[in-house]
Design a protein around this ligand. Structure first.
Ligand code: LLP
Length: 384
């Protein structure tokens, strides 16, 4: 929550912009570290959630690894100073240059999603006279009970190797000499708030492990991906997810073999709540059933509501008038450029400052220049 003086200061800044609460980021990182360290689990930060330099540096300094999904993310993580031995690289469509980049920098592991990909990694590694560590991304067919665009662990999704193909993949792997099976990788989806989906994942991992051990295959690392959700409705009441309950569930249910490591790839749960998109009201316009509060941020600055019908709490920081309902819309020429319908807000007028909350994950990083608008600036609470 922002103080009155801070709001007055922020009101003088050119909007729209992202504002990051670095104290909250720090507390969140301390919490995830403490709770995962308790079981010796390793967390890789999913760079895709927010690749802002300051955020990445802060995360790196806490000793987390990096989970990357493009060569550009691998490059960025290395530039920021993440240890290559803590960098994992996932994605269904890795280009040759991206694989070569990972090989040249001796990253920890490639999360592999198909036999053709495995064969190319093997070929490229052989050319370099090296051996690539790989983890097989297995599609566990577990429903994450989240938005269908961010559900990834069902058989119908493009991700991972389906279980019935595992035998074939294992056979092919035994013929390839420049790839080495390091582990198994899973990721069932994002914004998962019902922990029973993770319980199902753990049970599925246990079954797969039994099957593999029957074939004398012993993965050193089990990587269960990311996806832990946050409370978009009540960011002040729940500024941090319950990492303790999350890791405990894995400790209780997932049967790790002696010497095996458990890894995670958390993105949203680490950075979402520390970010706020600040925007000013340009105009208030009467509609047929409602009033429109037209703000200067658009779907190019924050695409989640338009793309996933995602909810973000909207607050008027500078009014304490009587409440009524507003559709909060942006200036872009698309009807989906809407941050909230019938939002209960104090009386709003031109120049008021709005906060669009919980936008630290998949906010700034998904911003575009649509309509030739500019990518929004970012400011940090410890600098300003
Ligand atoms: N690992 C893999 C392999 C992933 O694909 C993802 C996210 C993560 C980890 C991190 O998931 P997280 O902990 O952040 O849920 N743009 C969407 C979310 C897309 C997530 C894609 N994969 C949104 O704004 O909701």
């Amino acid at each position: 929550m922002l103080s009155k003086t801070k709001i007055a200061e922020l009101s003088n800044v050119q909007t729209p912009f992202y504002y990051y609460d670095m104290d909250l980021l720090d507390q969140t990182l301390n919490s995830v570290k403490k709770e995962s360290d308790a079981y010796g689990y390793k967390v890789h930060y999913a760079v895709k959630a927010n690749a802002n330099d300051r955020i990445l540096k802060t995360i790196k300094e806490k000793g987390l690894g990096a989970d990357c999904v493009s060569g550009y993310e691998v490059k960025k993580a290395l530039e920021i100073g993440f240890d290559p031995r803590g960098v994992v690289f996932a994605g269904v469509g890795k280009a040759d240059w991206e694989i070569n980049l990972g090989l040249d920098n001796e990253i920890a592991c490639f999360n592999v999603e198909s036999i053709p990909e495995l064969e190319i990694i093997d070929e490229l590694a052989r050319k370099k006279g090296t051996v690539a560590n790989v983890a097989l991304r297995i599609n566990p067919n577990v429903n994450a009970n989240t938005h269908h665009y961010i559900t990834t662990g069902l058989e119908e999704n493009k991700f991972g190797i389906n279980q019935w193909d595992l035998e074939k993949v294992i056979d092919r792997l035994s013929e390839l000499t420049s790839v080495r099976l390091q582990g198994l990788h899973f990721h069932i989806g994002s914004q998962i708030t019902d922990l029973t989906s993770y319980k199902e994942l753990c049970l599925r991992v246990n079954e797969i492990q039994k099957w593999l051990l029957g074939r004398r295959i012993f993965p050193e690392v089990i990587n269960v991906g990311g996806g832990l959700g946050i409370d978009y409705q009540n960011p002040d009441g729940n500024p941090m997810p319950d990492f303790q309950a999350f890791f405990k569930l894995f400790n209780d249910i997932l049967e790790l073999k002696p010497g095996q490591e458990l890894h995670f790839e958390l993105g949203r749960s680490l950075v979402a709540q520390c970010g706020t998109l600040l925007t000013k009201i340009l105009y208030v316009k009467d509609g047929v059933q409602t009033k429109f509060a037209i703000v200067d941020a658009g779907m190019n600055d924050l695409i989640r509501p338009a793309l996933y019908q995602a909810f973000h709490k909207v607050e008027n920081l500078t009014s304490d008038g009587a409440f009524s309902k507003y559709d909060v819309v942006g200036p872009i020429c698309e009807s989906s450029d809407c941050f909230g319908k019938a939002v209960l807000l104090p009386e709003t007028k031109r120049g008021d400052l709005f906060a669009i909350r919980s936008t630290g994950a998949y906010g700034e990083v998904m911003a575009s220049q649509y309509n030739l608008r500019q990518i929004p600036q970012a400011y940090y609470s410890d600098e300003f």
